[in-house]
Design a binder for this molecule. Structure first.
Ligand SMILES: NC(=O)c1ccc[n+]([C@@H]2O[C@H](COP(=O)([O-])OP(=O)(O)OC[C@H]3O[C@@H](n4cnc5c(N)ncnc54)[C@H](OP(=O)(O)O)[C@@H]3O)[C@@H](O)[C@H]2O)c1
Length: 314
C-alpha cells in the first residue's frame, strides 16, 4: 500500500485560507506499530482545522493495521481523531493512532461519525469536567447558557446539557432559532437583539454554567448574569479572557472564567457514537462537499455561519 499514490488536499504555505489549499498526489501513508491505516469516507471541519490547516475528525474503513494493534482489524468501520504530526484528513487515506480510534456502529453514518470528535467532546468535557454537569441526570439541575448554539460545538452542548435535565438558554441568529429549540433549548435569545447582546434569560434565570463558543463578549456581561459560583467556560481563550481568568484566580473570586482546550480520547468517541446509535444525540450537518471541492468546505467554515457541521466526503 505504501508505494500507491493517493489524492490529498494540502496546505501551501504561500497562500492563506481556502486559497492556500492545493490538490496533490502523495504516497499512501504506512501505519506504524500502534496505528491503523483508514480508507476515509468522511471528515468534518472544525475551526481549529483551518487555524492549523489540517482536517482531523475522520470516519472510514481500516485497510491495514500496525504490528501491535490489538483492538481493530482490516474491514472495521471506525471513527478517529488524527494527530497533528501527520497529514490531515483531506485525503483518500490517513493513519490514526489506535488509542484515538473507535468502532463506528452501523447505525451511525460516516458523515455523522466524522462530525463527532472535536465538537462533540468539547461540548461534553466542558460541561462535565469544568461545569460539573452530570449527563445521566443524577446531578442537581443547573442553568446552562450556550452561546453560538447553532455552531458545531453548540448543537452538541445544548443536547448534552438537556440529557442531564438541565435548564438551557441558548443564543443564535434568527434563522436558527427553531432548530436550536428543536434540540431541546428551553429559551433561545437572538444574539443580535439587545436581550441577546445582554445574555438576559427571558425567565430571569442566572447561569451556573456558560459554554462560550463565541468571542468578544465582555466579562461584565457574563458577570451580571452568573449565579454566585457561576463559571464561564471559554472555548476560544484570547489575551483578555486569560487576564480575566488570572484576575478571578488571584482575587479568589467565586465566579470563574476557565479557558478550555479539548483532549480527545477513545472513551469519548465511544460514548458519543453510542448516544447517536441510541437516538439520544442528533447530528446536524450544515453541508457536504466532495474531496474535489474541499476548499469550498474550508471557505464555508472560515465564513463562520455554519449550522452544525460541515462535512467532506471522500
Ligand atoms: N477549546 C477547544 O478545545 C475548542 C474545540 C472546538 C471549537 N473551539 C472553538 O469554539 C468556537 C466555536 O466552534 P464551532 O465549531 O461551534 O464554530 P462554528 O460551527 O463555525 O460556529 C458557527 C455558528 O456560530 C454562530 N455565531 C457566530 N457568532 C455568534 C454570536 N456572537 N452569537 C451567537 N451565535 C454566533 C453562527 O450563527 P450565524 O450564522 O447566525 O451568525 C453559526 O451558526 C471556535 O472559535 C472554535 O475554534 C474550541
Amino acid at each position: 500500500m505504501a508505494e500507491k499514490p493517493m489524492q490529498a488536499v494540502q496546505y501551501n504555505s504561500y497562500g492563506g485560507g481556502a486559497s492556500g489549499l492545493k490538490h496533490v498526489e502523495v504516497p499512501v501513508p504506512t501505519p506504524k506499530n500502534n496505528e491503523v491505516l483508514i480508507k476515509l469516507e468522511a471528515i468534518s471541519i472544525n475551526p481549529v482545522d483551518w487555524k492549523i490547516q489540517k482536517g482531523t475528525d475522520v470516519a472510514g474503513e481500516i485497510v491495514e493495521v500496525g504490528a501491535q494493534v490489538k483492538d481493530f482489524k482490516v474491514g472495521d468501520k471506525v471513527i478517529a481523531k488524527l494527530t497533528h504530526q501527520y497529514g490531515g484528513g483531506l485525503a483518500e487515506f490517513a493513519v490514526a493512532s489506535e488509542s484515538l480510534t473507535a468502532a463506528r456502529p452501523s447505525e451511525v453514518s460516516a458523515a455523522e461519525a466524522a462530525s463527532l470528535p472535536i465538537a462533540g467532546l468539547t461540548a461534553r468535557d466542558a460541561l462535565t469536567e469544568i461545569g460539573g454537569v452530570k449527563l445521566d441526570g443524577t446531578g442537581e439541575p443547573k442553568n446552562v447558557l450556550v452561546t453560538a448554539a447553532s455552531g458545531g460545538v453548540g448543537v452538541f452542548a445544548v443536547q448534552l446539557a438537556k440529557l442531564g435535565n438541565n435548564h438551557v438558554t441558548a443564543t443564535c441568529g434568527t434563522r436558527n432559532i427553531d432548530i436550536v429549540k428543536s434540540l431541546g433549548a428551553d429559551e433561545v435569545l437572538d444574539y443580535k437583539t439587545p436581550e441577546g447582546v445582554a445574555l438576559k434569560s427571558p425567565s430571569g434565570k442566572k447561569y451556573d454554567v456558560v459554554i462560550n463558543c463565541t468571542t468578544g463578549i465582555p466579562w461584565s456581561t457574563f458577570d451580571t448574569n452568573l449565579t454566585e459560583k457561576g463559571v464561564v467556560i471559554d472555548l476560544t481563550p484570547g489575551p483578555s479572557s486569560m487576564l480575566t481568568f488570572a484576575l478571578k484566580k488571584v482575587t479568589f473570586s467565586k465566579k470563574r472564567l476557565v479557558p478550555f482546550i479539548v483532549n480527545v480520547k477513545r472513551e469519548g468517541l465511544e460514548y458519543l457514537t453510542q448516544l447517536v446509535k441510541e437516538g439520544k444525540l442528533k447530528i446536524i450537518i450544515d453541508s457536504k462537499f466532495p474531496l474535489s471541492k474541499a476548499e469550498d468546505a474550508w471557505a464555508k467554515s472560515i465564513d463562520g455561519h455554519a449550522t452544525g457541521k460541515i462535512v467532506v466526503e471522500q
